[in-house]
Write a protein that binds this ligand. Structure first.
Ligand code: BGC
Length: 423
């Protein structure tokens, strides 16, 4: 199949993990908290990028389940997404910002609801729009890293039962075949589904995302269906023209059980991470997405904490980069890419402090032999943070909510320098 497959198999044969202390014991001890600041070596094909998602920046995502969820009476979403960052019209400007930061990759997503607004009906205008975005990247020497599903479903899919519909894997496979046929020869990497574990947990357990359900059995069944969707999409993309690695991205975190909640945490982690990690063995890579750590009690996740918190209300914990990479590497043989990492904050100095430490943990993980092929900061722009609306600000670049003027923050220049020092 694709590009990284051969390297991966070679890596596995010679014992890719080498001296990496990737045992669960080492991870539980908090590996590797202590580290020097010297840089690990990064080859020129290491992807340094920033990430966005269609729904969070494009605006006008009216044909999706999220749009309906936001506008529903009593919705848990604090405000509607509206025009977001108007990136549907300003994508050239976004890609130019990525170039100005000296990055060699941009991760963005395609909106299925725009590409296939009704069953089987492909919108040529949407296809040409995304072709323009991909070409805007290529013209600037930026690798286009494309996510096919980032949290939103077309209304026709949601109305048929969404991830509980028996046809969902077939439909997502067909959508992936379209994407592969149209863009396979020009994309650099494909992420099938963004954080399927969050889609299931927030939509079917916490009821913060559509369809707003809270039911353990339905949650478990949806996780199974999401893995089937991933397989169908991966197979369809594998048959496409081009030579690009294919994988999914997973939301991972460091978890600390309160005394007596170890068994509950193991059950939770089994659904939330482990079954997905095991499902990646046939992929070309795994996207690790990490932000924080959580305490876990007998009743489940304990939000917040005593120390420094971010605007999301969870701990400031850049150590999660090294922790989650080690945990993933201990469980899956495939190369890893940090496809999202960043901080929601109004304080740009706090963002710089977070990213500085996060990159040091990335360096340490690589020095310890973990096969990491890229790092994508979340996010290029201050954007629509789902249920929390435009409150938490993850961007290197602020966006005026009326004029959509983009203004890089000091963290943007800082990130550009930190990346340049490592390239
Ligand atoms: C999601 C993004 C989100 C980010 C920050 C990730 O879970 O993929 O869409 O904005 O975290 O919360």
């Amino acid at each position: 199949m694709k590009k990284w497959r051969n390297q991966m198999v070679r890596g596995r044969r010679v014992g890719r993990h080498g001296a990496t202390p990737c045992t669960p014991q080492a991870i539980r001890r908090g590996y590797p908290r202590e580290m020097s600041r010297s840089n690990a070596r990064f080859s020129s094909d290491f992807y340094w990028g920033t990430a966005t998602a269609a729904y969070q920046i494009e605006g006008g995502g009216t044909n999706t389940d999220w749009w309906r969820f936001e506008h529903r009476e009593g919705s848990s979403a604090v405000e509607p997404s509206g025009d977001a960052c108007d990136s549907w019209h300003r994508y050239e400007e976004d890609v130019e910002l990525v170039r100005s930061l000296g990055l060699n990759a941009y991760r963005f997503s395609l909106e299925w609801a725009r590409i296939e607004p009704r069953p089987g009906e492909i919108d040529r205008g949407a296809i040409e729009h995304y072709r323009g975005l991909i070409e805007a990247c290529r013209a600037r020497g930026i690798a286009p890293v494309v996510t096919l599903h980032h949290f939103t479903l077309p209304l026709w899919v949601a109305d048929a039962g969404g991830f509980e519909c028996p046809d969902i894997a077939t439909w997502m496979g067909a959508y992936a075949a379209t994407v592969g046929r149209e863009f396979g020869s020009s994309i650099a990497m494909a992420c099938t589904i963004n954080e399927p574990n969050v889609v299931a947990a927030m939509g079917y357990l916490a009821s913060f995302f559509p369809p707003g359900v809270s039911d353990w059995d339905r949650y478990v069944a949806v996780n199974e269906n999401l893995r089937a969707c991933h397989r169908a999409m991966r197979d369809a993309l594998s048959d496409a023209p081009g030579d690009f690695p294919i994988g999914l991205t997973l939301s991972m975190a460091e978890y600390e059980p309160v005394e007596g909640a170890e068994a509950e945490l193991a059950t939770y982690l089994d659904e939330m991470e482990d079954r997905y990690l095991d499902a990646t063995a046939e992929d070309d890579f795994l996207g690790v997405q990490c932000y924080t750590k959580h305490r876990f009690g007998p009743e489940g996740l304990i939000w917040g904490g005593d120390g420094e918190l971010t605007a999301m209300g969870y701990p400031f914990w850049p150590q999660s980069v090294a922790y989650t990479l080690a945990r993933a590497a201990a469980r899956t043989p495939v190369p890893l890419v940090v496809t999202e990492n960043g901080i929601g904050t109004d304080d740009d100095d706090q963002r710089i402090r977070y990213l500085d430490q996060a990159l040091a943990h990335l360096d340490a993980a690589r020095r310890d032999g973990i096969d990491v092929r890229g790092y994508f900061q979340w996010s290029l722009l201050d954007n629509f943070e789902w249920t929390l609306g435009y409150g938490p600000k993850f961007g290197l670049v602020s966006v005026d909510r009326t004029s959509f003027t983009r203004t890089p923050k000091p963290s943007a220049a800082w990130f550009a320098r930190a990346v340049a020092a490592r390239r």
